[in-house]
Every structure is written in C-alpha cells, then in structure tokens.
Write a protein that binds this ligand. Sequence first.
Ligand SMILES: [Zn+2]
Ligand SMILES: [Zn+2]
Length: 164
Amino acid sequence: MAYCPKCWYPITVQQECYCDLCGWFGDPREILAEPGREFNLTHTVIRTLELYRGACREEMVMEHLYGLGNATEKDLQHARILTRNLVHSLIEMFVKLKVRPNIPQETLFKLPSGFIPYPETWEKHYNSNEPCDMLIGPCTCGAFHRDDEEWVQTKLIEHQAVIV
Ligand SMILES: [Zn+2]
Ligand SMILES: [Zn+2]
C-alpha cells in the first residue's frame, strides 16, 4: 500500500502520483509506505470534513425515511441536531486554527525574491544531511520548499508564525 504524503489517503503508485482526496500531485519517491502517525493538519481537517459529510448524508436519509413515514420526528430531530453540532465544532476548529490565542505571533518576511530563509531561532529541520537554510525557496537540501508543504505548515503552526 502507498499513501499520500499530504493527507495519508491510499494512492496508486504510478510514474506521476495523484491523490484523489486532497489533490496532491507529485513524484512517487515522496509517497509514504505507511500512513503517518504524528499530528497532521491536512489529515485531521479531511477526516473531520468526512465525518461531517457522513452526518449530512445521515440527515438526508432520515428526511427521506420521515417522508415515507418510516422514521419518527424525534429521529429526524436527532439527525438534525447532530449535523448542527458538528457545524459548530467545525467553525470552532477553524477559528481556533486561525486565531490560536495566548502564543505570541512571529512574523516572517519574504525576501524580494519571494523566498524565506529558515529562521535561525527555530530548531533545525533536516531534509538531508545539511540542515535546511530555506523555509520557502531553493534550499541547501536540494529541494525547493513551498509553503504548502506539510512540514512547512507544521513549523508555521508550531511557531505561531505568519508569512507577510
Ligand atoms: Zn492526499
Ligand atoms: Zn531544505
């Protein structure tokens, strides 16, 4: 089995790999042999949205059954309350992700080139033997880092950093 490096959804290994779930597109060398275990924001958000999708489907089925006289009003209410609660949790989650209070925010400034050097005060990140010297842009590790890379996103969240 192979898994998407971004959202851990199973994907088929081909010359060019494509993830049906999150739309990740890339080189087969980047895919994972096992789904990750650490906290993964993309994965968490996708799983939450899937849960919500399931609840919406449930509510729709319940409306249908109620229409046919095969479910009580209480059943219908129950399904509706569940979706509504989930919506509130989702909003809360997105607001928390956006605001994340109590931690001072760090601002990272883009160079005129649009690149961002790896902040010296952060614990080093290794992609190869050399620590990365770029957060966004052409790095000593040989990669060209983008801000949608999982590790970059994780670092930004950990450090409460925003890019301007
Ligand atoms: Zn994916
Ligand atoms: Zn690097």
